[in-house]
Design a protein around this ligand. Structure first.
Ligand SMILES: [Zn+2]
Ligand SMILES: [Zn+2]
Length: 345
């Protein structure tokens, strides 16, 4: 079969012929790819950003935003059948370790088994995953139309759910950047909260898209966006600002946007802050007086950052499981900072 393989960092991947994967284990699922999203993370992988934290043996087939149809299943697979349309979570977790049992699959005891990063991904005709990592699609959904939700949608859902408790009736939320994540963010906010949604972007077409997907207000990012947001909110500012750009953009500090009662104002960055975390991102998080949340795409919260000396398993039981339709939910650290052991070790 054909596959797009990365042979060395900083070099373009190559299209080549490789053997087809097979369902060798009882829980294996081989998926015939119907859609595979190209993500900025793929460019970071190509450039070796993750190599220090996530050693990967090259070559590897890229592609972590995958959907398609079940092609072959192992003997113990019960949740899907051959021919089912599925979307595929990138982390192939075990499902039975303490972390997996509370939905913290990114910290699965088996480690990071991430499609397109540590194992072959979906830039191919077929790829191998597991039953826990596939979710059947409802009737009428075409795999190619939803593939990016395997990461872009998951990331946005993750961050918006964190903000939901702060966004009751009468609140406002600013969404910075109406791109691949932001336009999903507007829709998640409209579906999950009662907040007034204010979309900010430099591109007039992006603002048109924001209106089309449900933003109550759109504001051009023309250096006067803070004043415009303040005018739209009667001078109060927003309760939450979600930044879907978070890189290389001199956006105003959180305090400029957020409501005066800082304790109820959150600055949420939903884009990857890169690995190693960029000084811009971390300086901001460290200096911000407001609570700060980042999402699973931030490599700083990945399992490899958990101190090796920590063997505490209570970490896995201290949090409330998150309800989710996904078979797994990658709950990252809820505030800035590294993993902290509940036993203080
Ligand atoms: Zn992605
Ligand atoms: Zn696990």
């Amino acid at each position: 079969m054909k596959a797009v393989r990365l042979h060395s960092y900083h070099q373009p991947p190559r299209l080549q012929e490789v053997p087809e994967p097979q369902a060798r284990g009882p829980h294996d699922v081989v998926v015939r790819v119907g859609g595979a999203g190209l993500c900025r993370t793929d460019l970071h992988i190509r450039d070796g950003w993750f190599a220090p934290a996530v050693p990967t043996e090259l070559p590897i087939t890229l592609g972590h935003e995958n959907s398609g149809w079940v092609h072959e299943i192992g003997s113990a697979v019960e949740n899907v059948a051959v021919g089912d349309a599925v979307i595929c979570h990138p982390q192939q977790s075990c499902g039975v370790c303490p972390a997996c049992r509370i939905g913290d699959d990114m910290r699965c005891a088996r480690g990071l088994r991430f499609t397109g990063l540590t194992r072959d991904g979906g830039f191919a005709e077929l790829f191998a995953t597991t039953d826990r990592a596939v979710l059947p699609l409802p009737e009428g959904l075409r795999p190619a139309d939803v593939a990016p939700h395997a990461d872009a949608g998951l990331t946005v859902m993750h961050v918006v759910r964190k903000a939901v408790p702060l966004l009751g009736p009468g609140t406002r939320v600013v969404v910075v950047g109406i791109g691949g994540l932001g336009h999903i963010g507007v829709q998640c906010l409209r579906a999950l909260t009662a907040a007034e949604v204010i979309a900010v972007d430099r591109d007039p077409d992006a603002l048109k898209l924001a209106t089309g997907v449900g933003a109550h207000h759109v504001v051009p990012a023309d250096a006067h966006q803070v004043e415009r947001v303040r005018a739209l909110t009667g001078g109060d500012g927003a309760q939450v600002v979600i930044d879907f750009v978070a890189r290389g953009t001199p956006w105003p500090p959180p305090s400029a946007w957020c409501a005066p009662a800082a304790r109820t104002s959150w600055w949420v960055t939903a884009a990857s802050c890169g690995f190693p975390p960029s000084p811009w991102c971390c300086r901001r998080s460290a200096s911000s007086a407001t609570p700060w949340v980042r999402t699973t795409t931030c490599a700083s919260s990945w399992p490899s950052r958990r101190p090796a000396r920590c063997r505490c398993t209570r970490a896995a039981t201290r949090s409330t499981p998150s309800p989710t339709r996904w078979p797994t939910s990658s709950r990252a650290a809820s505030t800035a900072g590294a993993y902290s052991c509940p036993d203080g070790r």
